[in-house]
Design a protein around this ligand. Structure first.
Ligand code: NAP
Length: 292
C-alpha cells in the first residue's frame, strides 16, 4: 500500500511552529497578527471554509476581524471596506472568500487589496513576483502542496510533475513554483486542462501527479505510473445516502483504485485542505513580521 500523506498531521506540525512565532510577536514586539476575513453571502461551502479559517486564527492567537456581509452587498461597499482595511495598521492580511456574488467583479476586488496584505497571494503583483522567483506571498494551496512534498521528503528535483488543471489559484501557480530554480522545485512540469487530448498519455509519464480539476475520481489507475506520487487537490461532493448529510467528499483521483499502486497519496479530506488554511496563517504571520 502506498503511504497516505497525512495533511492534517503535517499542518498541525506547522501550526505548532507558527503558534510559537505568534506568541513571540506578541510578547517581544507587542504585535498581534491580524487577518480580516470577509464573507459575502451564505454559500454553504464558503461558510464552512471561512469558519475553518477563523477557528485556526483563534487557535494560533491571530486576531480575526470578521465580516459577514449580505449577498446584496454592493461592489462599492466592499471596495470601501477593503480600502479601510488597507489603511488599518492592526490588519496584516485581507482575505475575501471566493466566489463572490455575480454582481461583484472579483478581479476589481482582488486588485483593490494592498499587495502587502494580499495573504491569499492572488494579486497580480504577487503572482508576478512569484513567477520571477522574488520573495512574496505564495498562494496558499500551491504553497501548501510544496510544503507537503517537503515534509514527506519527496524531492521534485529532476522529476516529471504532471498537473491536471490550470486555474489561477491552483494549477498555474503550483506549476510556477515547481519550475523555480531551487532544490524544492527544479521539476519538469506538464500542465493539462480541458482541451488536452488524452490526459492519461501525460499523467502516465509523471513521477508526481497533481490533480486540481473538480471532477470526482477523474484520474483512474490506468492513467497512473506505478510508484507515482499523487497529490489530490479536488474536493467534490458526491451523493451518499448512507451519510447523515447526504453526501461524502471525494477527490479528483480514484483513491481506492490507485492507493496500492502508488508510492504516496493524499486523501480527501485530510490531505491538501488542511495545508491551505495553514499557509494562509503562515502568510499572515509573515506579513505581521513586516511591522517589526
Ligand atoms: P477551476 O477553477 O474550476 O479549474 C479547474 C481546471 O480543471 C481548469 O483548468 C479546467 O480546464 C480543468 N478541467 C476541467 N475539466 C477537465 C477535464 N475533463 N480534463 C482535464 N482538465 C479539466 O478549479 P480550481 O479552483 O482549480 O479547483 C480544482 C479543485 O480543487 C476543486 O475540486 C476545488 O474544490 C479544489 N480545491 C481545493 C482546495 C483545497 O484547499 N483542498 C483549494 C482550491 C481548490 P480549463 O482551464 O480548460 O477550463
Amino acid at each position: 500500500m502506498g503511504q497516505i500523506i497525512d495533511g492534517k498531521k503535517i499542518a498541525q506540525t506547522i501550526k505548532d511552529e507558527l503558534k510559537i512565532e505568534v506568541d513571540s510577536l506578541i510578547k517581544d514586539h507587542g504585535i498581534t497578527p491580524g487577518l480580516a476575513v470577509i464573507l459575502v453571502g451564505a454559500d454553504p461551502a464558503s461558510e464552512s471554509y471561512v469558519k475553518g479559517k477563523r477557528r485556526t486564527c483563534k487557535a494560533l492567537g491571530i486576531y480575526a476581524k470578521d465580516y459577514n456581509l449580505v449577498a446584496e452587498t454592493s461592489e462599492e461597499g466592499l471596495l470601501t471596506i477593503i480600502e479601510e482595511l488597507n489603511q488599518d495598521d492592526s490588519i496584516d492580511g485581507i482575505l475575501v472568500q471566493l466566489p463572490l456574488p455575480s454582481h461583484i467583479n472579483e478581479e476589481k476586488i482582488l486588485l483593490a487589496i494592498d499587495p502587502k496584505k494580499d495573504v491569499d497571494g492572488f494579486h497580480p503583483e504577487n503572482i508576478g513576483r512569484m513567477m520571477i522567483g522574488m520573495d512574496t506571498f505564495y498562494s496558499c494551496t500551491p504553497y501548501g502542496i510544496i510544503k507537503l512534498l517537503e515534509y514527506c521528503d519527496i524531492s521534485t528535483e529532476g522529476k516529471h510533475v504532471c498537473i491536471v488543471g490550470r486555474s489561477n489559484i491552483v494549477g498555474k501557480p503550483v506549476a510556477n513554483l515547481l519550475l523555480q530554480k531551487h532544490n524544492l522545485a527544479n521539476a519538469t512540469v506538464t500542465v493539462c486542462h480541458s482541451r488536452t487530448p488524452d490526459i492519461g498519455y501525460h499523467t502516465r509519464q509523471a513521477d508526481i501527479i497533481i490533480a486540481a480539476v473538480g471532477i470526482p475520481e477523474l484520474i483512474t489507475k490506468d492513467m497512473v505510473k506505478e510508484g507515482a506520487v499523487i497529490i489530490d487537490v479536488g474536493v467534490n461532493r458526491v451523493e451518499d445516502a448512507t451519510k447523515k448529510r447526504g453526501y461524502r467528499l471525494v477527490g479528483d483521483v480514484n483513491f481506492e483504485e490507485v492507493k496500492d499502486y502508488v508510492s504516496h497519496i493524499t486523501p480527501v479530506p485530510g490531505g491538501v485542505g488542511p495545508m491551505t488554511i495553514t499557509m494562509l496563517m503562515f502568510n499572515t504571520i509573515k506579513s505581521a513580521k513586516n511591522r517589526i
